[in-house]
Design a protein around this ligand. Structure first.
Ligand SMILES: CC(C)(COP(=O)(O)OP(=O)(O)OC[C@H]1O[C@@H](n2cnc3c(N)ncnc32)[C@H](O)[C@@H]1OP(=O)(O)O)[C@@H](O)C(=O)NCCC(=O)NCCS
Length: 208
């Protein structure tokens, strides 16, 4: 039986976690990836949740990572609802589809429920996140960026953490936190600190 630990990321993990994120996202959504630079940059931003910056260690090997960012929704009655944006989350390619991602996500959601956030939102695949209670966010009345409300974005997902604090509003707008929009040239420069890897254009990638 393998020993699993989920704990806060520590400074001594930083480079190993970034390398894990790079290995997990490389060539998945674009040639190469930006997610390791996103994590690197977020750690020093005030909206980064250090308490929810988690790693999954299997025996002595770091195999998973998840992070959260403080965000808010503005309702049409001008109330601010505190929420969290989740991601990136990853499991090392050698350990994917063995249940580890769900274990890490569910533990992080339990901890997220202890914060003042009323819900968690992010872009993702409902086939994975749906198993942990996420739904297409438009069904909760939350709409993505400036997209029209009558054309739901199927990959924009949400999970309510506090039903009683949640006022279903006809038009609540979600905005992606600024820290996710990293400069691609700076990301390339940052990537040179890691062992060389080939950027490939592959079918199914969303960008690039
Ligand atoms: C997405 C990711 C975190 C999932 O972690 P995982 O450990 O592989 O997932 P789990 O084994 O816990 O999956 C639980 C269930 O979610 C679903 N699921 C997981 N990954 C999926 C995928 N890529 N596509 C469709 N369904 C998926 C499956 O139903 C799975 O159950 P099953 O294997 O019995 O069919 C991991 O595959 C990963 O790091 N991928 C690359 C980076 C990434 O895409 N991160 C998410 C960005 S939104």
């Amino acid at each position: 039986m393998n020993h699993l630990t989920i704990r806060q990321e520590e400074p001594g993990d930083y480079r190993a976690t970034e390398n894990l994120v790079r290995e997990s996202f490389w060539n998945v959504y674009r040639p190469g990836c930006l997610e390791h630079f996103v994590l690197h940059e977020f750690r020093t931003r005030p909206e980064f949740c250090a308490d929810l910056d988690l790693v999954l260690v299997r025996d002595d090997e770091l195999i998973g990572q998840v992070m959260y960012v403080k965000n808010s929704l503005r309702t049409s009655s001008q109330t601010e609802l505190p929420i969290l944006t989740m991601g990136p989350i990853c499991i090392h390619p050698n350990y994917q589809r063995q249940g580890y991602g769900k274990i890490l996500l569910d533990r992080s959601l339990d901890l997220a429920a202890e914060t003042d956030a009323v819900g968690v939102f992010m872009e993702g695949n409902i086939n994975f996140y749906g198993k942990s209670g996420f739904v297409v966010a438009s069904t909760l009345g939350v709409h993505y960026m400036d997209e029209p409300t009558d054309d739901p974005v199927p990959y924009f997902l949400g999970k309510i953490l506090k039903e009683n604090a949640w006022q279903k509003d006809t038009e609540v707008r979600y905005r992606v936190p600024a820290g996710y929009f990293v400069d691609e040239k700076q990301a390339e420069e940052f990537d040179r600190q890691f062992p060389p890897k080939e950027r490939l254009r592959l079918p199914g990638q969303l960008f690039g």
